[in-house]
Design a protein around this ligand. Structure first.
Ligand SMILES: Nc1ncnc2c1ncn2[C@@H]1O[C@H](COP(=O)(O)OP(=O)(O)OP(=O)(O)O)[C@@H](O)[C@H]1O
Ligand SMILES: [Mg+2]
Length: 479
């Protein structure tokens, strides 16, 4: 028996078709036409998945989903609706439903999605990656925040909606764009990435739309633009927040009309690609300041996907670190084992450069660590090295206040110093990275480090020896 499905549908013929198809796939189906019966069934049974219509005999199946969540928190929900408005779609996605199907729907597609949804709920944890989202893809991380991202990705796979990926630098925006392409129905077409920030302003149009021979000085031959190259596939417009205003206007016009014209050309070419855009900029203030077009924003952000910064999904850090160690080994670096304590130390770092910074750090670790087994002790010196170039500005102080409190909490749960030793143990734990930082920025010069810290040189020396910190080792090995 594969799983139990609750079908809440008042239309008999639709219910019949779905039930037959699901039973043929080995599912057990319970069916009811009303909200009242739904609630009763949920109170008495466990289901892996609920398929629900919106307009039911006794009310709105979507509005009452909170009750469903409360009764069955791990059950996935797929919404079916004949009210194919954007509003319904948006409301459906706001409920956190696994998927939303406008009627009429493709039955095979529905069954495929049922498999995915059951897979996602069936694995004890509600927080597992839907299997179909990850095959062979390098998207690592099972935190709730990433689950939301995966779910958003699944929503755009069977359509051509424009996606805007937002997130700090290094959070994986490009990777998500590639995933959408590879898993979507345009995967057989090309994936064309354009970094709009890297193209000189006066060449953007020709780059995107192409140009005819002689369109401008230097246009010695006809050139096919990125939009045309992406025909049948996906056009990834990266760093969209850095696009000059004039090019924004041209882009908007192309998206609105669904047609482009090569620079200097007269023929209209119909667009045939999915657009995925990305930026690490906060577009709202730019819109307010008039440097990013609001209408373009809404054109692009049909489906916005926000990638959370790594510090907000510390749960993913261990998995990512192990993943990158594996990758490093497969690329010829020494194979390393990461201890639990080492992973915990990594998970406590702020990773302001997000996954990219973690990745680079782990590669460096694989290269430089002394032992095959990587423990907290082999990580600390490298961490100190990394934090060296970051001055402790006032702004960072603010951000760190919360970090310190949470670092202390996690340290307390792990370290558990004996009563009466809490102060000295906490101080030692705090001093170590602090001294490593001071030594690192002063090139290991204890006098200057002491001055930077504002403590007596002899005190520093004494504490360094008590903490077994070798000042020379802590200094960055710069040439
Ligand atoms: N979830 C993830 N699993 C595995 N690797 C990841 C993940 N997210 C990001 N990476 C890796 O981190 C690095 C940075 O990711 P990516 O280039 O996609 O970031 P970005 O958001 O586009 O950054 P930027 O804004 O600077 O362009 C890449 O090497 C990518 O493969
Ligand atoms: Mg990028």
């Amino acid at each position: 028996m594969k799983g139990r499905v609750l079908l809440v549908e008042d239309d008999d013929s639709i219910a019949l078709v779905i039930t037959a198809a699901l039973e043929a796939e080995g599912y057990t189906v319970a069916r009811c036409p009303s909200i009242a019966e739904r609630d009763r069934l949920l109170a008495e049974n466990t289901f892996g998945l609920m398929l629900t219509d919106v307009v039911l005999t006794d009310g709105d199946g979507m509005e009452t989903l909170d009750r469903v969540r409360a009764a069955a928190p791990h059950m996935q929900v797929i919404i079916l609706s004949a009210q194919n408005t954007l509003d319904t779609a948006v409301r459906a996605s706001d409920t956190g439903a696994f998927e939303y199907f406008p009627k009429p729907f493709d039955l095979d597609e529905l069954i495929r999605t049922v498999h995915q949804a059951i897979g996602a709920s069936g694995q004890a944890e509600a927080s597992d990656i839907p299997e179909d989202v990850a095959p062979g893809l390098p998207l690592v991380g099972r935190s709730p925040a990433m689950q939301t991202v995966y779910r958003m990705i699944t929503r755009v796979l069977r359509n051509d909606l424009t996606v805007l990926i937002l997130g700090e630098s290094g959070t994986g925006k490009e990777l998500v764009a590639e995933a959408i392409h590879q898993l979507g129905n345009r995967s057989t077409g090309p994936f064309i990435a354009v970094n709009t920030a890297a193209i000189p302003a006066d060449l953007i149009e020709s780059e995107l739309f192409g140009h005819e021979k002689g369109a401008f000085t230097g246009a010695i031959a006809r050139r096919v633009g990125k939009f045309e190259q992406a025909r049948g596939g996906t056009l990834f417009l990266d760093e969209i927040g850095d696009m000059p205003l004039e090019a924004q206007t041209r882009l908007l016009r192309a998206l609105q009309s669904g047609r482009i014209r090569r620079v200097g050309g007269t023929d209209e070419i119909t667009l045939d690609c999915r657009i995925v855009a990305a930026t690490n900029r906060d577009l709202m203030p730019m819109i307010a300041a008039g440097t990013f077009r609001e209408d373009l924003y809404y054109r692009l952000a049909v489906v916005p996907i926000a990638l959370p910064p790594l510090r907000e999904r510390a749960d993913d850090i261990e998995a990512l670190a192990r993943h990158f160690l594996g990758r490093a080994a497969s690329e010829g670096l020494p194979r390393r084992q990461l201890t639990a304590a080492g992973a915990a130390l990594l998970a406590r770092q702020p990773w302001r450069g997000n996954v990219r910074e973690l990745r680079n750090f782990v590669y460096r670790l694989a290269l430089l660590a002394r032992d095959e087994v990587i423990d907290a002790a082999s990580i600390e010196p490298l961490l100190a090295l990394d934090s060296a170039p970051q001055p402790l500005s006032g702004e960072l102080h603010h951000a760190h206040a919360a970090d310190f409190a949470s670092a202390l909490t996690s340290w307390l749960t792990e370290a558990e110093p004996p009563p009466g030793e809490l102060y000295s143990a906490a101080l030692a734990a705090f001093e170590r990275p602090l001294f490593l930082h001071a030594l690192s920025v002063t090139g290991g010069n204890q006098l200057r480090a002491a001055r930077l810290l504002g403590i007596n040189r002899n005190t520093l020396r004494k504490r360094l020896s008590e903490l077994a910190i070798d000042p020379d080792e802590a200094a960055p090995a710069r040439s």
